[in-house]
Design a protein around this ligand. Sequence first.
Ligand code: ATP
Ligand code: MG
Length: 392
Amino acid sequence: MRQNEMFLLKLGEVVLKGQNRRSFEDRLVANAARRLKPCGSFQVYIRQSTIYAEPVTETCDMEAAYAAARQVFGVVSVARAAPCEKSIEAIVETARDYLADAFASARSFKVESKRADKNYPMNSIQLSQAVGGELAEAFPHVKVDVHSPDLTVHVEIREKHAYVHAPAVPGAGGLPVGMGGHAVSLLSGGLDSPVSSWMMARRGVELEMVHFVSPPYTSQQAQDKVLELARLLTAWCGRLRVHIVPFTEIQEEIRKNCPEEYFTLIMRRFMMRLAQAVARRAGARALVTGESLGQVASQTMMALAATDDVAEMPVLRPLIGMDKVEIIRMSREIGTYDTSILPYEDCCTVFTPRHPATRPKLEDVRAAEARLDVEALVAKSLEGEEWVWVKP
Ligand code: ATP
Ligand code: MG
């Protein structure tokens, strides 16, 4: 690590948010600072829509911090940069030294300059020419090519220093977690719900997770797998609370009293009611599920209507129009795939009907469910609720 190397995080949509911009920026700085903390001591602050993250000690893990910075929602790009004085000499020397490896493997380059400090005596074209000219002399084997260079050297003139860096890499995009409200996400051990949770977190939603367990039909390993999925998501969302809600008795009562073709639907209605109760207590205002239209019998349009019948808050289903292959690709990208495919049973799969209703009539589902004491079952299940904090 070069001694004073640091990170520049560029803001995305946040920039557009007019008068809310200040609170977006404050939130983003706080989120970024919190997420870099495990990588060492960093000073994190914002100037002119750019977050500066500077290591304070030499023991900072710069590789881990680089990865962490790329997982902060609200950041569109991340650059590792070297600060220096604002003189041409200092900039050229820094670029020669800091980007020596990149120059060694490039055949062509150009310099792109930006001035956040508008009082700087040169404009950006003059600056690029001056720095480019000197670098061309310093690396005679590398030609200037302004159209498609192997290497673009970025020079940014900012308030106190100039910054030299190679091209930035894409950040996570989206909005800072906490700016999009607070929701409860139904997290199973499958492929879909970690992806749906991630998608809503990327829109700035602060999440709490709820997971339903049906011991002895579902195992401790199945529950641990879900906690591991939540842990993987904390790399993107920060720490998460996971509510573990017992579901065995509800499932047994449904099996005992209701027509088999409606098992799954009635079960899903109970999940909604329970998740909603958890959300109300937590002050959350929406639910998130990993449902995708037509993926299984309980996700046909009529089945979704039967589920939504008991929902008293918005149910966000970010995967509703996505294909399974796209969902799988995303789960690989966000790092949950390998855990999701571990073969532990979910409570959804323990009492599956042989012929589930795919075009259920709402009245029939309601009538089938009326054989149960819904309120008592919900209340009892909630009594057994426990929660754990999962940390990055
Ligand atoms: P997933 O891959 O997320 O498990 P799925 O395709 O298997 O989804 P279902 O099992 O029908 O679909 O579940 C639909 C949604 O219901 C899930 O995406 C999840 O949001 C929620 N869900 C299912 N099982 C549970 C559970 N045990 N605890 C919490 N939520 C659950
Ligand atoms: Mg599932």
